[in-house]
Design a protein around this ligand. Structure first.
Ligand code: NDP
Ligand code: GDR
Length: 341
C-alpha cells in the first residue's frame, strides 16, 4: 500500500526537501498551500506532475493554518499516514513586528492541526517543527532536557506548539513528536535569513552588481546544518517504534562573522570591504548562542549531520554564484543527496 503524507509548509525550504525525499521513498504527497495573487510554488515546481497524469503523486490543496475547518475537511478526505506540520511565520525578527499573527500561525496553528487530526478521526503519525529558538537565553550545549527560555514572540509560540504536541501524545495516545531542529540552511533558504542574505550578496558583489551588504549583530553564534539532511531526520522520527522528541544539530557553532568570512573568502573577497551595520536588523532581545547536542538522534535514529557551517557557506555561495551566472534556479544543490534516499 502506498503511504500518504500531508505536509503543511510544503512551499518553504524544508517542505520542498521533505516532499522530494518522500516522493523518492514512494509516498503519495499532499501539500497545503496558501492562495496568493502570485504563484508561490517555485521551490516545488520541479516536483509537480499534472494531476491528470496517472503517475502524479504530488497533490496540492489550498488552505491556511488559520482556518481550522478547512484543515479538518482536508484531513478527512486525504486520510494521511503521516502529517508534517512545517508551516509557520518562521522569521524571528518579523515576529517582533507581527507578534499576534506569529502567535496565531506558529502557535495556535499547531493546535488547529492536532485538533483537525483528532476531529477527522485520522490514525496518523504527527511531526511538529519545533525549534532551537525555544532554548533562547539558556546557554549551550542544548539538548532535549535543556530548559526553554524563548527570547521572541516566535520562540514563545514554538514553545506553545511543543507543549501541545506533547500533550496530545499524552492525552490522546497520538504518535506525535517534536523535532527540535537547530538552524538549517540551503540554496533554497529564504532570502532574508542571514546565511542566504550573505551568500546571495557575495555572488552579487563578485559579479559586480552590488557593493554593500547591510547586517545587524555579527556576534550571534548558531549551529548551522544542511536542510536536506535534516528532513531525513524528520522522517526517521516518524518511523521510530515509540513517539519521542529529538534534537537535530551538527554540534558545532560558528558566529555570523565566521559565516561571513567563509563566504567572502570562498570567492576571494574580504568581507570587511563590503559589510555595513544597520541597526534595523537588531532584535529587541537576541539569542546569543545555540549549539545543539544531537546524540539522542544518533543513538535512536542513527541520524547524524555531515555538513557543518563553513562547508555550508561554500555550498550556498557556489549555488548563488551559479544561479546568477546562468540566470537559473538555485534549487539544484551542489552535493549529492543520494546517500539519504
Ligand atoms: P519557511 O519560512 O521557508 O517556510 C514556511 C512555510 O510555512 C511556507 O510554506 C509558508 O507558505 C508556510 N506558511 C506560513 N504561514 C502559513 C499559514 N498561515 N498557513 C499555511 N502555511 C503557512 O520555513 P522553513 O522551511 O525554514 O522551516 C519549516 C518549519 O521549521 C517552520 O515551522 C520553522 O519555524 C521551523 N524551523 C525551521 C528551522 C530552520 O532553520 N529552517 C529550524 C527550526 C525550526 P508560503 O510559501 O505561502 O509563505
Ligand atoms: P534565526 O535565523 O533568527 O536564528 O532563526 P536568522 O538567519 O534570521 O538570524 C541568525 C542570526 O543572525 C543575526 N543577524 C541577522 N539576521 C537576519 N535575518 N538578517 C540580518 O541582516 C542579520 N544580521 C545579523 C540575527 O540577529 C541572528 O542572531 C532561524 C529561523 O529559521 C527560525 O525559524 C528557526 O526556528 C531558527 O533559525 C532555529
Amino acid at each position: 500500500m502506498t503511504k500518504k503524507a500531508f505536509i503543511t509548509g510544503i512551499t518553504g525550504q524544508d517542505g520542498s526537501y521533505l516532499a522530494e525525499l518522500l516522493l523518492r521513498k514512494g509516498y503519495e504527497v499532499h501539500g497545503l498551500i496558501r492562495r496568493a495573487s502570485t504563484f508561490n510554488t517555485s521551490r516545488i515546481d520541479h516536483l509537480y506532475v499534472d494531476s491528470h497524469n496517472p503517475d502524479a503523486r504530488l497533490f496540492l490543496h489550498y488552505g491556511d493554518l488559520s482556518d481550522g475547518a478547512r484543515l479538518v475537511s482536508l484531513l478527512a478526505g486525504i486520510r494521511p499516514d503521516e502529517v508534517y506540520n512545517l508551516a509557520a511565520q518562521s522569521h524571528v525578527r518579523v515576529s517582533f513586528d507581527e507578534p499576534e499573527h506569529t502567535g496565531d500561525t506558529t502557535g495556535v496553528g499547531s493546535i488547529r492541526m492536532l485538533e483537525a487530526v483528532r476531529m477527522a478521526g485520522v490514525d496518523c503519525r504527527f511531526y511538529q517543527a519545533s525549534s532551537s529558538e525555544m532554548f533562547g537565553a539558556t546557554p549551550p550545549p542544548q539538548d532535549e532536557e535543556t530548559p526553554f527560555y524563548p527570547r521572541s514572540p516566535y520562540g514563545a509560540a514554538k514553545v506553545y506548539s511543543y507543549w501541545v504536541t506533547k500533550n496530545y501524545r499524552e492525552a490522546y495516545g497520538m504518535f506525535a513528536v517534536n523535532g527540535i531542529l537547530f538552524n538549517h540552511e540551503s540554496p533554497r533558504r529564504g532570502e532574508t535569513f542571514v546565511t542566504r542574505k550573505i551568500t546571495r550578496a557575495v555572488a552579487a558583489i563578485k559579479a559586480g552588481v552590488q557593493d554593500d551588504l547591510w547586517l545587524g549583530n555579527l556576534d550571534a553564534v548558531r549551529d548551522w546544518g544542511y536542510a536536506a539532511e535534516y528532513v531525513e531526520g524528520m522522517w526517521r522520527m516518524l518511523q521510530a517504534d515509540e513517539p519521542d522528541d529529538y534534537v537535530l544539530a551538527t554540534g558545532t557553532g560558528i558566529s555570523v562573522r565566521d559565516f561571513l568570512e567563509a563566504s567572502f573568502e570562498h570567492v576571494g573577497l574580504n568581507w570587511q570591504d563590503h559589510v555595513k551595520f544597520d541597526e534595523r536588523y537588531l532584535r529587541p532581545t537576541e539569542v546569543d548562542a545555540l549549539i545543539g547536542d544531537a546524540s539522542k538522534a544518533k543513538r535512536h535514529l542513527d541520524w547524524e549531520a555531515t555538513v557543518d557551517g563553513t562547508a555550508l557557506a561554500r555550498l550556498m555561495v557556489d549555488a548563488d554564484v551559479q544561479a546568477l551566472t546562468h540566470a537559473g534556479r538555485p534549487w539544484i544543490d551542489a552535493v549529492s543527496l543520494e546517500s539519504w534516499s
